[in-house]
Design a protein. Sequence first.
Lengths: 313, 315
Amino acid sequence: MSGFSVTEPSKRQKWFAGVLVITYAVVTLMPLLWIIATGFKSAPDSISYPPKVVFEPTLEGYVNLFTTRTRITENMRETLKEPTTWYEQIARDRGTVIAGPSRYGQRFLNSVIIGFGSTFLSIFFGTLAAYAFSRFKVPIKDDLLFFILSTRMMPPIAVAIPIFLMFRQIGLNDTQLGMILLYTAVNLSLSVWLLKGFIDEIPLEYEEAALIDGYSRFQAFYKVVLPQAATGIASTAIFCLIFAWNEYAFAVLLTSGTAQTAPPFIPTIIGIGGQDWPAVAAGATIFLIPVMIFTILLRKHLLSGITFGAVRK
Amino acid sequence: MSMKKPVDRIAKATPPAFANRVRALSDRAIAWLFVGPSIVLLLAVNIFPLIWTINLSFTNFKANRLRDAEYIGLRNYERILTDVDTWQSMQATAHFLFWTIFFQVLIGFALAYLINKKFKGNDLWTTIIVLPMMLSPAVVGNFWTFLYQPQIGLFNYVIEFFSGVDASSFSMIGSVTLAPWAIVIVDTWMWTPFVMLICLAGLRSIPDSIYEAAECDRASKWRQFWTLTVPMVLPFLMLAVLFRGIENFKMFDLVVQLTGGGPGNTTLLTSIDLKREAFEKWRTGYASAYAVILFVTVFGLASIYVKALNKVKER
């Protein structure tokens, strides 16, 4: 260390702080590690006492997650062929036979389609609005911006009542399109506020130079501003995607079958005699891991993302 | 913030022919073209439904019946405000709000303070701590019911391990006294990182020179903490409380998966109560009035709070 500084914490302070923070991190991570571990447990292992930390990993939970099974009865046993794949073998070992695929794959696909669809739309409209708010004199601008933010204050259930009636009237109930439009509107407030912050940071001089070179406003917008805002747009997109991915209240009230996303579906996974915890954990693991990866990628923009751009580093 | 209009300045400096080309579509037209779609979408999905809700709140409409709605004036509001159950769920919400914010501020600030000591690898650990808050509350909440199982649940086992209380002797989500705390624990686990991140930004915004000056004045570390650190972080902390307050007032997904409002009505937060009225009992008119009351409450409280926040910022 060069020189003496009164603000630099001492070595002992750093060590002490480090130990406390790491202890907290390990404790807080336990439930997540437990979800991942439970996904690889057999049903008896998952509900043993004391809880098993060391266990023999099995893919039973994942097989149960993606399939529906029936129990093998006495007279069935004679006509049954030998299992040909590893997953059939796992099901057979537990005295069941695979009857078909479960609905998890389709629910997961719904989450992907609705998540990406709504993210694309809210970024598209959000970028346009943010650019206008950042660069032009828009009448009653502050009021409009506040209005956009205040739409997030309403409890989702309160909004869901008229949306439910509206969707029922125009046939959007339980459709992917309906959910995409709804999530786009909910995410717009986030994307406008965040993107306005990012675009504000791009110096005006770039556009002025482009305009002098004979570019039109539109050309300046998509040839100069958009590339400059690319990282901001990307991180805003990930925030919108995470919101749509995690959303539960609207999904559980407005979808029941064809357009249902994974969050309302996962808690309903049941096995024989109650919830099939390894399968639930497997479903949760597959669903949560993408968000964990995104969080790590996003860590630099995390703060502005979660505070609507109110706080930035 | 004053808007500079580059086009205007260029227009002044260039010959008319060029200026006309730049102005082909006026700035004002582009502005409305760009803002328009967003405003229309928000009006359709937020404002129109809000007006519809207000209209429904004066009727006895039931969404599962074909019968036409009748206007019954303020009777829904009267019924809600005199209903004991409403006040009970308001109380449950207040308990949940107060204690989650209390613990999250306490732990979140402490963590931020420690991380700001800049020990080796603090970035990595910060990212790990943040993970729970980014995950789906419904999926995570559902899994916590497994952790809370008496006997086989990890949570109960850890309590038994450290305190000696028999793991099968208590049920966090089955007991009337423990359930309100069970939801506080999970929410605190999930959202403490949020408060931590904002506090960390606050701590990092304080310039070193202020501490150096205080050191020259021989102010003790304790005094420095209370007269410099805390007041400088306070606006950030208040912002974090605002966000958490609004979010937890709307709380639905996590708690509905954890306890579903039970046992009894001990964790029946207003949003869950509202969902029951609207989508289980199908009292649409009544639920609409309830929704209006909740929205006015959160909007009113938030406005008062923002005024207080601005005062603190000005200081």
